[in-house]
Design a protein around this ligand. Structure first.
Ligand code: CJB
Length: 815
């Protein structure tokens, strides 16, 4: 046995500079003189990774031998953001790094910026997974993130000369990537297709083809916990790299076909978010990573054992299913236990239910994945049999509980034609949770009502959170310093509810002025960032008003852009006087799924409103609009700290939680928002007087649907709205082309499923209140500070503690 050593003691800046030089010389093969910023980035990353290695080994050993159950977080997405700065912070090497790279002749910021951001996620769900594994490591809880190392992450977004979104591939792995360690010796075989036969009374799956799942390990360092967990992302390789016979026949393309087919599985992240995509490849991806991960967990916890006692598996690890994407793991664990380890059905079912839990992230029924049974049958024939049997058992159980036949019909997991993954997850796991209080309530009352009636104790809530390390400490160093000054300690970074200690300081005008100065400095910094990255000239003496998130009808970017257009018209027509106008810069950032027609048209509209408004001398200095391309974590880290007013304006009952809302509140923006998702809890905590609430409630929305919604009525009733829509329709933002936005306009006037028009007047009206407060900087900043002070609850550390207590029933490793 190798002895597990304690973590390496921190080094001096000189020593760290030597370590970087050594990496440059022996692994990068460049001299310090030849090195570019990109070289130094790679060398410094490898050097800091070495510092984390001993803690990583120790954590792995303690995880297997330790006192507590581990967590396996199964997620098709991990949107990690850049790694170096976070790794330095958690390794306690930030200062040494700064000095070391300066000694090498570089600016620390240039080295940090040289990292290429991995985009292995679409939006909220993927970023949440990244926050959660950061928090688990920081709390000292042994955990594995399990997912896919996509060769191409989320597409890069640019805009063409007409303002349309253009997607280009994200070639992130063509740059040297110092973080992931590919481990060919710990691969797993994942099989597909074929048929199920009976041999000696036993079902035997004879797959048609297999791929090699190779793990790529990323270190997940905890903040001040001395723990380093593992993010294990699988990459697909072929067992038959090359068909030599075909090659020798000069059929070169044929020769590499097996390789292409296998490697396709981990080639690309589906650029969807909350919408269902029923693609064969997507099911292959899902099965690929959960099958490899389940086998990996058995390998890790029962090393070298041919016949492990897997009845202890639920005591070793608990798996959280991040949405429905990994739910095929339930029949896969059944198959492993029955077919590979000879357990009987009931024992296997017991183990499986105890091992899995499911988080639902949506309220849109169409976003719950449903797979055609024929597809599962073709790709995973043994799993379809198991799913059928699970469904039989389920229906019997429901009958036994006296559930009415028509209810059972509605609840079926397997309908004969299709398999409902959310239902499978609810039945096949111990707990189901929503991601904000309102969301969890609506899951129980509406989306999964039948299930909650029969299994009430399975349902719980865990409100989302965000990591204070990345989204406050790193993103907003000036605010972090001020918080530390105000509280007299920096312990809040790992105990965010300490921010409450700032509440009394909101009465101290001097402190509030310092807080305002931080915001002003962040705005100034963002002006520089926007100039460098987008070539924009932004006036920092305007209110910075931001709406960044995926583009969805339910999130209602339309509402914001219609209000902007209405404001533009009012300024142009002189319906507001010059001294009534509060100068604003409106920032949008949003990617639309490539096949989402209305979402893409909305982006085009925003870009063209931006073009018209920003070039109109009549509104210069009063209103500017920018659609920033390629919203990603880096942009979030720069824009959120500079934002003064944040938009969370989804239709009530549609946004499961939101996590951007938390990041903005923690960085001292005020929110204009509806009573939706986690907005409800944010408002409760920061105080109704420190939040701009508008719009219909869930009940009002339901009533309006029930009464029959006619958007045209709202268009006729509010002249501001009518004018804004007319300007879109009459070609003002399309060089006179009246057809350019016709589908969008038609949708607004005849359908408007998310009731943008019904909420417009309330949204336009509340702007006066917002602007009035903004004219009083001391009061505005007092309220913004109270947002910071009262948002400590929204740390992902707290979310993790809630999961530990309510769902996972485990805790940190002993030292
Ligand atoms: N969400 O990002 C996604 N993708 C999905 O496919 C479904 C939901 C989002 O998850 C976030 C994390 O829980 C939520 O905050 C957000 O409301 C939800 O849309």
């Amino acid at each position: 046995m190798t002895e597990i050593t304690a973590p390496k003691s921190p080094v001096t800046a000189d020593q760290f500079a030597d370590e970087i030089r050594e990496q440059l010389k022996y692994t990068q093969n460049v001299t310090a003189e030849q090195a570019t910023a990109a070289d130094v980035y790679v060398a410094a990353s490898k050097a800091v990774r070495n510092h984390l290695a001993d803690s990583w080994f120790k954590t792995q050993a303690d995880t297997v031998n330790g006192n507590t159950k581990a967590v396996g977080y199964f997620s098709a997405e991990f949107l990690m953001g850049k790694q170096l700065e976070n790794a330095l912070l958690n390794a306690g090497l930030t200062e040494q790094f700064d000095k070391a790279v300066e000694a090498l002749g570089f600016q620390p910021k240039d080295i940090i910026d040289a990292e290429y951001e991995p985009g292995l996620g679409n939006g909220g769900l993927g970023r949440l997974a990244a926050c959660f594994i950061d928090s688990l490591a920081s709390l000292g809880v042994p955990a594995f993130g399990y997912g896919i190392q996509y060769k191409y992450g989320i597409f890069k977004q640019t805009f063409d000369e007409n303002g349309k979104q253009v997607e280009t591939p994200d070639y992130w792995l063509t740059n040297e990537e110092p973080w992931g360690h590919i481990d060919y010796n710990r691969d797993q075989k994942v099989s597909f297709g074929g048929e199920v036969v009976e041999e000696n009374g036993k079902k035997v799956w004879k797959p048609a083809w297999s791929v090699r799942a190779v793990p790529v390990d990323y270190l997940v360092p905890g903040y001040k916990s001395q723990r380093v967990n593992t993010l294990r992302l699988w990459t697909a390789k072929s067992y038959d790299e090359f068909d030599l016979l075909a090659f020798n026949r000069s059929e070169y393309m044929e020769a590499v076909k097996p390789q292409v087919k296998a490697e396709n599985i981990s080639k690309i992240l589906y650029p969807e978010d909350s919408t269902k995509v029923g693609k064969e490849l997507r099911l292959e991806q899902q099965y690929f990573f959960v099958s490899a991960s389940l086998h990996d967990a058995i390998r890790v916890f029962y090393p070298g054992q041919d016949k492990p006692d897997l009845t202890t598996f639920p005591d070793k690890i608990t798996f959280q299913l991040n949405d429905t994407h990994p739910v095929i793991g339930i029949p896969e664990l059944m198959r492993i236990l029955i077919d590979e380890y000879d357990y009987d059905w009931d024992t296997a079912w017991n183990i499986t239910v105890k091992t899995f839990n499911y988080t639902c992230h949506t309220l849109l029924p169409e976003a719950l994945e449903v797979w055609p049974a024929s597809l599962i049958g073709e790709l995973l024939p043994r799993h379809l049999e198991i799913i059928e049997k699970i469904n039989e058992q389920f229906e019997d159980e429901l009958k036994g509980k006296g559930v009415a036949d028509e209810t059972i019909e509605r609840m079926r997991i397997y309908t004969g034609d299709s398999v409902r993954m959310a239902y499978l997850a609810t039945y096949g796991g111990s707990h189901v949770n929503g991601v904000a209080a309102l969301h969890s309530q609506l899951l129980k009352d509406v989306t999964l009502k039948d299930f909650s009636d029969v299994y009430p104790t399975k349902f719980t809530n865990v409100t989302n959170g965000v990591t204070p390390r990345r989204f406050v400490k790193l993103a907003n160093p000036a605010l972090s310093d001020l918080i530390t000054e105000g509280l007299g300690t920096d312990k809040w970074i790992s105990d965010l509810e300490m921010l409450e200690g700032l509440v009394p300081l909101a009465k101290d005008d001097e402190f509030v002025k310092k807080f305002a100065a931080v915001k002003a400095a962040n705005k100034h910094a963002f002006v520089g960032f926007a100039k460098d990255h987008y070539g924009l000239d932004i006036d920092e003496n305007t209110m910075f008003n931001t709406m960044v998130k995926r583009l969805h009808e339910y999130k209602r970017q339309s509402l914001k852009i219609l209000a902007v257009i209405s404001k533009y018209a009012a300024i142009k027509n002189g319906t507001v006087s010059a001294d009534e106008i509060l100068p604003r810069t409106v920032f949008f950032g949003a990617k639309a799924a490539p096949g989402y027609y209305l979402a893409k048209m909305t982006i085009q509209l925003i870009n063209n409103v931006s073009r018209v408004v920003n070039n109109d001398p009549d509104v210069k200095g009063k209103l500017a609009v920018h659609m920033l391309p390629n919203y990603n974590i880096e942009m979030a880290q720069n824009l959120i700290p500079a934002t003064e007013l944040d938009e969370q304006i989804s239709q009530a009952g549609k946004e499961a939680s939101g996590t951007g809302n938390m990041k903005f509140a923690l960085n001292g923006a005020l929110t204009v928002g509806t009573l939706d998702g986690a907005n409800v809890e944010i408002r409760e905590r920061v105080g109704a007087e420190n939040f701009f609430l508008f719009g219909m409630t869930v009940e009002e929305v339901d009533k309006l649907y029930a009464d029959g919604y006619d958007p045209a009525k709202y268009y006729e009733a509010d002249p501001r709205l009518k004018q804004a829509i007319d300007l879109v329709a009459n070609g003002t933002f399309s060089n006179g082309d009246r057809n350019a936005y016709a589908p969008l306009v038609a949708d607004w006037l005849t359908k408007d499923w998310f009731m943008t028009l019904a909420d417009f007047s309330a949204y336009a009206d509340i702007q006066a209140e917002i602007e009035k407060l903004y004219r009083d900087p001391l009061e505005w900043n007092r309220k913004a500070l109270l947002n910071v002070a009262n948002s400590g609850f929204f740390s992902s550390d707290r979310s993790m503690e809630d999961y530990l207590e309510r769902i996972w029933h485990t805790g940190p490793l002993a030292d």
